[in-house]
Design a protein around this ligand. Structure first.
Ligand code: SF4
Ligand code: SF4
Length: 194
């Protein structure tokens, strides 16, 4: 432990990080509730969109933690209904996107959201390796990651015979451009958290 005049810097609150990384100020929200009234997922969420914003506005460490551990941030569909209705031009889907990244980075993902995360990861793996969605790879990868081995299995034969599932993946032209996008995103994320 060090003595003397050294003072540890205070940890940034989520509201501050959101402002510096996404340029969204949660202080702009005046709690009219229009976002939550229009949100198609609000009833399923543990905290509604305006409640999440209120928790962030209070800039308290325990509320920040509750937000990052909430299930609601993983249920957002990024449909943008909330931001379209907001009289204060708060881009709430951008805030939600940041919160999911931060929740993941701090290992605070809600247990019920693990399957959603498994789906996102498998989807991105597919895009990264072939440049487009490879359905059988997506299904197999999701089932392995989520251990939901028999979910919707009865639909597979029908999809296969209707030509919706191809055995082999199709590569796109210009896959190197996709690789560059992934690399750029990785670099940006690394810089944002350094
Ligand atoms: S609509 Fe905008 S101002 Fe109203 S509660 Fe939602 S984020 Fe806040
Ligand atoms: S973007 Fe997310 S939070 Fe906003 S209305 Fe759609 S589902 Fe709800």
């Amino acid at each position: 432990m060090q003595h003397g005049s050294h003072v540890e810097p205070m940890a940034q609150t989520l509201a501050e990080k959101i402002l510096s990384i996404t340029n969204q100020s949660v202080s702009r929200c005046y709690q009219c509730g229009k976002c939550s009234a229009g949100c198609p997922m609000a009833e399923e969420m543990d905290y509604t969109p305006n409640q999440i914003l209120r928790m962030l506005q209070l800039r308290l460490a325990d509320l920040d933690e509750k937000v990052l551990k909430s299930k609601g941030i993983w249920l957002c569909l990024a449909c943008e209904t909330c931001s379209t209705r907001c009289p204060q031009e708060v881009e709430f889907p951008v805030v939600m996107d940041f919160l999911r990244h931060e929740s993941l980075r701090r290992d605070m993902v809600h247990p019920d959201a693990k399957k959603i995360l498994a789906f996102h990861r498998t989807f991105l793996d597919s895009i990264k390796s072939t440049g487009r969605l490879y359905e059988i790879g997506l299904i197999g990868g999701y089932k392995l990651r989520s251990l939901n081995l028999f979910q919707d299995i009865e639909h597979a034969p029908k999809m296969f015979f209707n030509g919706k599932l191809s055995i082999l993946p199709h590569m796109i032209k210009g896959k190197d451009a996709v690789e560059r996008i992934f690399k750029k995103i990785n670099d940006l994320e690394k810089n944002n958290h350094d």
